[in-house]
Every structure is written in structure tokens, then in C-alpha cells.
Design a protein around this ligand. Structure first.
Ligand SMILES: Cc1cc2nc3c(=O)[nH]c(=O)nc-3n(C[C@H](O)[C@H](O)[C@H](O)COP(=O)(O)OP(=O)(O)OC[C@H]3O[C@@H](n4cnc5c(N)ncnc54)[C@H](O)[C@@H]3O)c2cc1C
Length: 372
């Protein structure tokens, strides 16, 4: 006889930030919730990232979700008691075209979202090396510590009555039912939030949305200055990657110059940025490579490039590495995959590197759609 794990109004598969956001939203709406997670804790993209809620740099749906997520992050941090900083992002300009992009971004978004900084003002906020021409402060962006907040949210939701089935793998999903390695769960609604593993359950949806696995290299280093660096710090490489900056007429020139002057860095998908952890150390990164089934072998040249470029940004000779890791997220033709493959079943995945920014803003819209 098949063990039964009981039933819930909402069964969420995956205890990363996307799954937790939906579990939270379900509880807020007075629904009963069960969460099925294959690990005995979350160890996916949601604990491996910068913890940067960077809505300002997004556009379209991402900007809408990221803006809606802000108040939920603040509420959850207060309720669950985790570290959250409303200290914004400093974008560092080290070339004239980067300055021009920031100026244009400021004109598009206005002073509430973008404050231009002189070189001296940029350095007041962040210790930096040579060649800084100026910058911009994006005051509405926030930061959390992913390693702390993801388990804290899970504990908080469990205390509010969500049932967590850890070390339990979902094998099959159908309307009203989730089959797992420990038995069956009856569900009013199923939310599949398995991150980059959509193709394991709905290969045709993953193929239609052109979802691949994006592999990133990340490192944690000692802070060479031993001071607090409150904002997240991003660079021209970030301007080239985030959708919000496509509104800036100077962006093509910036991209063209980076491709001409630093082809090896553009080739490895460098997004040169860092955030400080509560213990003072710096999370630095990152590189991007895309494949359906990524090779398991790591090229040391990627870490060398991240270390060299971060040291140059900070104006130090070398950095002391404390940890290294690989992160993976789903990457698709669009930044978000929200599908209804069957009645009462929703597949929700952030198919770009912005799930920490947006997940808490996506879940309310998914539930509004279910009710509607
Ligand atoms: C290195 C890196 C840096 C990033 N930086 C940022 C950032 O600063 N800001 C930002 O906004 N975004 C960032 N992102 C993106 C962000 O981390 C992701 O978009 C987000 O974490 C995805 O959340 P998720 O819950 O979908 O996936 P995950 O966190 O990967 O969670 C999916 C969960 O589903 C579980 N699961 C899978 N299959 C099953 C199954 N069959 N049964 C049960 N459980 C299952 C997995 O074990 C996993 O715990 C970054 C990503 C990476 C990798």
C-alpha cells in the first residue's frame, strides 16, 4: 500500500526562494501548505547567490515583480528575523561610456531610483582602485544573506503551519496529486518550483521556453579593507547584462567597447560585482556559461579572471580566497516561465539570474491568476 503524506490546499515542490515565496503567499491567503524538497535543506541557487535584490536594474516584468517584492522582503525579514539591508547598489563607472549610460539611466528613472555620484562620492561609499570616473547609487535596492535567509524563511513558514517534507523527491505531478519518494500528497493546487530542473518534469515546457542551465563561478574572499561596504557593488559589465540599461542610448557603445577591449571577459560572461556578507567577507563573481547538461569540470581560468578583475576594481594586489562554489540557474528566452500545464498545476521558474529579486513579487500574481 502506498503511504500517504496527507493533503494540503497548496503543495509546493522545491524549497528554494521561488517555492518559499509561494508557500508564504499561500499562508498569507489562509491556505494550508505542504512543501516537498528533495534535499534535507535547500542548497540550490537560492543559497549560492549574492543576495542582491536588484530591481532597479531590471525592466518589464522583472521590474514589476522586483518592485512588488521589496515590501514582502521587509515584512518577511521582520517576521522571520533575518538580516536585510536597504543600502542600495553602487554602480561604478570606469569609462566615459559607462558614465554616459548611468547619466541616461538617471534621466529615464529619475532621482528616486538613481542618484549620480562623482568619483569622490563613489569612493566615499566603496573603497576602490584607480580609474573610477564616477558612479550611481540605486537607493531602492536591498540585500539579504542568502545562506541565512532561506533557512530562516523555511523555519518561519513551518512555525506558521506549513508542513515541510524534507529529503522527499517529487516524481510525478498531476491535477490534485503529487507522487513522491515517500508516498502521495493530495493537493488543491500544485506549484512546481524546481529551479533549473523544469525539464525533469515538463521537458516540452522547458524546450518551448528554450531553458538551459546557466553555470556560474562564485568565490568568497577576505575583505582587504576590513571596513563595512554596505551597498552591493556593480560595474560596466553589469550594465551590459541587466535589462533596465537597454533604455540607455549609450549602451551599444559600452557593449562594443567591452567586446573589443575585453573579449576574453565578455566571452566568459563576466558580471563583475560583489556584496559583503554579515561577517565582513566579500562574495565576488561571477561568470556565466550555458548548456542543457553542463560539463562537470571547472576551468581555473574563470576563477583567476574573477579574482584578478575584482582585485583591480578594489585596487589591491591580490585577494585571499575563503571559499569557491558553482551556482546553477535556469536560463530561457524570456526571464520568467509561468505555465499551467494542467488544471490546478503551475510551473514557476525564474529563467534569468534574478530570482532573489523577483520571487516574492511573482507569487502574488500567480495566486491572483489561480483565483481569477
Ligand atoms: C551564483 C548565482 C548568483 C545569483 N545572484 C543573484 C542575485 O544576487 N540576485 C538575484 O535576484 N538572483 C540571483 N541569482 C538567481 C537566483 O539565485 C535564482 O533565480 C533563484 O535562487 C532561483 O530560485 P529557485 O527556488 O527557483 O531555485 P533553487 O534555489 O535552485 O531551488 C529549487 C529547489 O527545488 C528542489 N527540487 C528540484 N527538483 C525537485 C524534486 N523533484 N523534488 C523535490 N525538490 C526538488 C531543489 O533541491 C532545490 O532546493 C543568482 C544565481 C546564482 C546561481
Amino acid at each position: 500500500m502506498i503511504d500517504t503524506l496527507g493533503s494540503a490546499d497548496v503543495v509546493v515542490i522545491g524549497a528554494g526562494i521561488v517555492g518559499l515565496a509561494h508557500a508564504y503567499e499561500a499562508l498569507e491567503r489562509g491556505l494550508s501548505v505542504a512543501v516537498v524538497e528533495q534535499g534535507d535543506r535547500a542548497t540550490g541557487a537560492s543559497v549560492r547567490n549574492f543576495g542582491h535584490a536588484c530591481a532597479t536594474g531590471l525592466d518589464g516584468d522583472g521590474l514589476r515583480y522586483g518592485t512588488a517584492a521589496r515590501s514582502r522582503w521587509a515584512k518577511l525579514a521582520a517576521e522571520a528575523g533575518f538580516w536585510l539591508r536597504r543600502t542600495g547598489t553602487v554602480m561604478v563607472a570606469r569609462a566615459e561610456d559607462e558614465l554616459a549610460v548611468l547619466r541616461e539611466f538617471g534621466e529615464v528613472r529619475g532621482e528616486r531610483q538613481v542618484r549620480l555620484l562623482s568619483a569622490a562620492e563613489t569612493r566615499e561609499r566603496v573603497p576602490l582602485g584607480e580609474g573610477v570616473l564616477g558612479g550611481a547609487w540605486l537607493p531602492e535596492d536591498m540585500r539579504v544573506d542568502p545562506r541565512e535567509c532561506v533557512p530562516a524563511i523555511a523555519r518561519h513558514l513551518a512555525a506558521r503551519g506549513a508542513r515541510f517534507h524534507w529529503a522527499t523527491t517529487a516524481h510525478g505531478v498531476e491535477p490534485g496529486l503529487v507522487r513522491t519518494s515517500r508516498g502521495e500528497l493530495r493537493a488543491g493546487t500544485v506549484i512546481l518550483a524546481t529551479g533549473h530542473d523544469i525539464d525533469r518534469h515538463f521537458p516540452e515546457l522547458a524546450a518551448k521556453a528554450e531553458v538551459k542551465r546557466c553555470v556560474l563561478r562564485m568565490l568568497r574572499v577576505e575583505n582587504p579593507y576590513g571596513v563595512t561596504i554596505d551597498p552591493a557593488v556593480q560595474t560596466g559589465f553589469s550594465m551590459a547584462r541587466y535589462g533596465g540599461f537597454t533604455a540607455c542610448p549609450s549602451l551599444p557603445a559600452l557593449r562594443e567597447r567591452l567586446g573589443r577591449e575585453r573579449p576574453e571577459l565578455v566571452g566568459i560572461g563576466l558580471n563583475l560585482m560583489f556584496t559583503q556578507r554579515p561577517d565582513g567577507s566579500l562574495t565576488i563573481g561571477d561568470t556565466h556559461s550555458y548548456d542543457t547538461t553542463p560539463a562537470p569540470f571547472e576551468d581555473e581560468a574563470l576563477d583567476d579572471a574573477v579574482l584578478r578583475e575584482t582585485a583591480a576594481l578594489l585596487g589591491v594586489e591580490r585577494l585571499t580566497v575563503l571559499e569557491r562554489w558553482r551556482g546553477v540557474y535556469g536560463s530561457g528566452a524570456q526571464s520568467f516561465l509561468i505555465e499551467a500545464p494542467a488544471d490546478g498545476v503551475r510551473v514557476v521558474a525564474v529563467t534569468a539570474g534574478v530570482g532573489m529579486t523577483t520571487a516574492l513579487g511573482i507569487a502574488p500574481e500567480v495566486f491572483d491568476g489561480l483565483v481569477g
